[in-house]
Ligand binder design. Sequence first.
Ligand SMILES: O=C(O)CCC(=O)C(=O)O
Length: 226
Amino acid sequence: MDATSALQEQGFVVIPGPARSDLLANAYTAAVASASSDDIRIGSTSTKVKDFVNRGAEFDNLYVFPPLLEACCRVIGRPFKLSSLHARTLRPGSPSQELHVDVPRGSADWPLLGFILMVDEFRPDNGATRFVPGSHRWSGTPEDTISDLRADNSEQVLACGAAGSLLVFHGSAWHGHSANTSGDPRRSIYGAFIPQNGRAGTDFAAGMQPETRARLGPLARQVLAV
Ligand SMILES: O=C(O)CCC(=O)C(=O)O
């Protein structure tokens, strides 16, 4: 199945990403190490660092990557903008995340196009994102339908890929990270696009650093709505 059909039929697809995996890993390490504590959130399974629009030129080509914008055109189908771009390190020993959808149908932020850039390889043992294929077309949500949202689902499929791969998905697809039973962190940069009239998770205009603004071309300005 080609990438367009996979996204349409299954609700997710893994494609080659925009950056060399070794350069990406180095840039991620440096960006996370230099983040101030205000920008870091330590959750129960993951450590997150916000706003990767302002953490270096190495990340600029991600949110204007042509296959990602083409996926937005197909899934969102009207003018869209970037809503968020964060880093997530899923710590070793973390349990599965609850199956969920990213926004409710009917919200101004729907349809949402999600993406996850795999800084490390995503494998069955390190928390690869799990999806229930085709669920983006169902009207029900996991909360309405499933009693144990963390349990393995009989229909779930793991979105595995080499470091540097890009996972692109429909925000209505039932998904969540699986358990990281490996001894290593699983690192990623993740974000979402929403319709232009939706409410972005990050106000990129307010947080824009002068050096970032100086690098932005017309396409990036449009995508960031700045
Ligand atoms: O990192 C992942 O594999 C999925 C994360 C996710 O779905 C979320 O945080 O909403």
